[in-house]
Each structure stands twice: as structure tokens, then as C-alpha cells.
Design a protein around this ligand. Structure first.
Ligand code: SF4
Length: 104
């Protein structure tokens, strides 16, 4: 079964924040550099339209929605940008420093 997966190239990210603005349930930005953090690497069927909107809105093409099957051995989805560094999605989801904060 093919599961769509969100991947992010933090080396290409410039912290514009369009992804987190368009899909706050899927993306956040870290507090140190403002770079993208994938909150939900495997979006649900209901989240796919939002995920595609976020991917299309990124001015640096730093995020992508792959159609690769999730790796069983820890292999990473292919990158749309040659030579870039990718964060592999994890089943448990990436955790953002912002999501760890308690409400103030
Ligand atoms: S992934 Fe793209 S839209 Fe999101 S913060 Fe980085 S540059 Fe901005």
C-alpha cells in the first residue's frame, strides 16, 4: 500500500512560514531558526488537500508530498531536489519545540 508522506528539506527552507500558515496541523517552525518542522509526516486522506496546498505554497520547494511507500527499513523517500538533505518522516511524528510548550 502506498501512503503519502510529507518530507522537508531544512537546508532549502528559508523560514517563510507559508507551510505552517496554510497547514498548522501538518507543519510548524522551530524556534531557533524558524525552519520547517513536519508535525504529521503521514497526513490522513482528509488532510491531503491541505498538504498539497502547503507544498504548493512553499517559495523554496523545501517540502514535498511523496507517493512512496513508507520505508520498512528506515530508508528515506526520494528527494525532489538533488543533493539536498531530507528529514525522514517518522511514524510517531516529529515534535516541534512549540508543541512542547504548555499554554501560557
Ligand atoms: S518549508 Fe517552505 S513555506 Fe515552510 S517555512 Fe520553509 S520555506 Fe517557508
Amino acid at each position: 500500500m502506498v501512503t503519502p508522506a510529507l518530507v522537508a528539506d531544512r537546508a532549502a527552507c528559508r523560514g517563510a512560514g507559508q507551510c505552517a500558515f496554510n497547514a498548522p496541523e501538518l507543519f510548524d517552525q522551530d524556534e531557533e531558526e524558524g525552519l520547517v518542522v513536519v508535525l504529521q509526516p503521514f497526513p490522513s486522506a482528509e488532510q491531503l488537500t491541505t498538504a498539497r496546498t502547503a507544498v504548493d505554497s512553499c517559495p523554496n520547494r523545501a517540502i514535498a508530498l511523496t507517493s512512496a511507500a513508507p520505508p520498512a527499513t528506515g530508508a528515506r523517500p526520494s528527494s525532489p531536489r538533488a543533493g539536498s538533505r531530507w528529514r525522514a518522516p517518522s511514524r510517531s511524528g516529529d515534535r516541534s519545540p512549540r508543541s512542547d510548550r504548555s499554554p501560557s
